[in-house]
Design a protein around this ligand. Structure first.
Ligand SMILES: [Zn+2]
Length: 267
């Protein structure tokens, strides 16, 4: 994925990582077809929880909480991403129940997505780096999101969930995204994601991108909860790879447990 790395900006790439078969699949034009068999990868022999799909050794379910946010998230997920247990887009949907998840198909967008894009209650933004000249006229910053809220609209972050190569393709080849404003994320945050190896530490995974956008646009509580849930996921999954059972919840896990015990009033 060397060519991908060259295209990324200092602040963010939608790539959670590189998946070794992507290039071959892209060349084969296989994007339109969802995978026909269950995803097999390192650790696929491990017993997984039906609820969270993590290895049962450190199941995430006890830490699952919800939060509310003024801004919504719609995930536009590459078909290959759905079956990956290391996918973090699904963490957003766990924490923010109003999240919508769509599977991306180049030739046939989901009808529900088109309906929502036409719904005037929402102001959707495609979250994507602003490093290419041909769509600069569409680029906005986070102030636009705040203004949309003040005007009584529901801002929506459309997050393209896939590798960088997939995300670039989705961004370029989806006519229904062509007229939407483009919202780049500029942040100094370095990724804490430990389950896939990014080309650069500045490449945040999907859940981290959502948390940063929420935080930067005023949904601080939701951002903090999502970050805690992401950290719990990250730590639980990483420990399981070494067959290590987490005996003592870390600080993020503790906060999630308290939130579960005391409800959303605690944040
Ligand atoms: Zn579980």
């Amino acid at each position: 994925m060397r060519d991908d790395a060259e295209l990324t900006t200092r602040s963010w790439s939608p790539s959670e990582t590189e998946f070794p078969n992507d290039a071959r699949r892209d060349m084969a034009g296989g994007d339109e077809n969802p995978p026909r068999r269950e995803f097999k990868a390192r650790g696929s022999f491990v017993e997984r929880c039906d609820g969270c799909r993590l290895p049962v050794l450190n199941c995430l379910c006890p830490f699952r909480v919800t939060a509310t946010s003024a801004a919504h998230v719609w995930l536009l997920t590459h078909p290959y991403e759905h079956n990956k247990p290391t996918n973090t887009g699904r963490l957003i949907a766990d924490v923010l129940p109003q999240t919508q998840t769509f599977t991306w198909y180049r030739t046939a967008p989901e009808a529900r997505l088109l309906e929502l894009l036409a719904d005037r209650r929402y102001v959707p933004y495609v979250v994507f780096p602003d490093d290419q000249p041909d769509y600069q006229h569409r680029v906005v910053d986070e102030r636009a999101v705040v203004v949309a809220k003040q005007d009584g609209f529901i801002p929506v972050f459309i997050l393209i969930d896939g590798t960088w190569r997939q995300a670039r393709r989705i961004f370029r080849k989806s006519p229904y995204l062509e007229n939407l404003p483009v919202l780049p994320l500029h942040t100094d945050r370095l990724t804490r994601y430990r389950l896939r190896k990014p080309a650069s530490a500045s490449h945040l995974c999907t859940a981290e991108v959502a948390a940063e956008l929420l935080r930067n646009t005023g949904d601080v509580s939701a951002a903090n909860v999502l970050d805690d849930y992401f950290d719990a996921f990250n730590e639980s999954y990483a420990a399981s790879r070494f067959y290590h059972k987490i005996e003592k919840p870390n600080a993020a896990m503790q906060r999630l447990l308290e939130r579960r015990a005391f409800g959303a009033a605690f944040s």
